[in-house]
Design a protein around this ligand. Sequence first.
Ligand SMILES: *[C@@H]1O[C@H](CO)[C@@H](O)[C@H](O)[C@H]1NC(C)=O
Ligand SMILES: *[C@@H]1O[C@H](CO)[C@@H](O)[C@H](O)[C@H]1NC(C)=O
Ligand SMILES: *[C@@H]1O[C@H](CO)[C@@H](O)[C@H](O)[C@H]1NC(C)=O
Length: 213
Amino acid sequence: MADQENHSWPMAPALIYQKSDEENPTFKAIRKERTNNKCFVFIFAGIVIHCIFILVFALIVLRPKSPDVKLRSVTVKGLRYATSPWPSFNATLTAEITIKNPNFGSFRFENTTASLVYEGVKIGGKRTSKSGVNARGTKVMNVGIDVRSSRLPEGPNNLGNDLNSGTLKLSGQAKFSGTLHLVKILRCKKTSELNCTFTLYLTSRTIKDLLCY
Ligand SMILES: *[C@@H]1O[C@H](CO)[C@@H](O)[C@H](O)[C@H]1NC(C)=O
Ligand SMILES: *[C@@H]1O[C@H](CO)[C@@H](O)[C@H](O)[C@H]1NC(C)=O
Ligand SMILES: *[C@@H]1O[C@H](CO)[C@@H](O)[C@H](O)[C@H]1NC(C)=O
C-alpha cells in the first residue's frame, strides 16, 4: 500500500522531487517542465490579478455619475405687488444653485434654462451660458430670474386670493445637460435636473419651505 502511494506521483510530487534530485535524468526533465508550467501559472495569475485591478479601477473611477444639482437658497429683490386694479406682482428672485461633480473628469454643460413656475405657468426664466465643473469639484451659480405675473394667461386664477393671503407657492425647475469627459477618449452625456417648490412670503419678502424632489 505504501509503495503504491509513492509511485502515484501526481498526488505526492514532493516525494518524487526528493528522490529524483541526482538519480534520474528523466525526472529532472519532468521537473523542469513542471517548473515552466508553474511559471506560466504565476504569469497567468499575475495577468488575472492585473485585470481585476483594472476592472475595479474602471468601475470606481470611470463609472459615470450624474452631477448633483441642488437649489441652496432663493433671495427676493424688487418685490412689488398690488391687488387693484387687478392682482399683479413683479420681483427678481435669485437662486443659488450648486452643481457637484462626483466624477474623476470634468463636466461641461451647454445652455441651461432655469424656470420659475406659478400654478403650472412659467412666469420667469433665465438662460445660463455654457460652463463647466472640474473633476470632483463644485460650482456655485447665482441665477437671477425676473418674475412677472403679467405672463399668466388671461382668465380666472388664484393670484388675487394668494396675494391677499400673503403667500405665493412657486416652483423652480432647471435641467443641466452636458458632456462628461472621463478620460481623453471616453465621453458621455449626462443630465441632472432640479425640481423644487417654495413659498414666497410677501410681507417679509422671504422664501420658506424650500423642498426639492
Ligand atoms: C409689474 O411690471 C409691469 C411692467 O413690467 C407693470 O405694468 C406692473 O404695474 C408692475 N406691477 C406692480 C405691482 O408693480
Ligand atoms: C446655446 O445658446 C447659443 C446662443 O444663445 C445658441 O446659439 C446655441 O444653439 C445654444 N445651444 C443649445 C444646445 O441650446
Ligand atoms: C417635479 O416634482 C413634482 C413632485 O414630485 C412632480 O409632480 C412634477 O411633475 C415634477 N416636475 C418636473 C418638471 O419634473
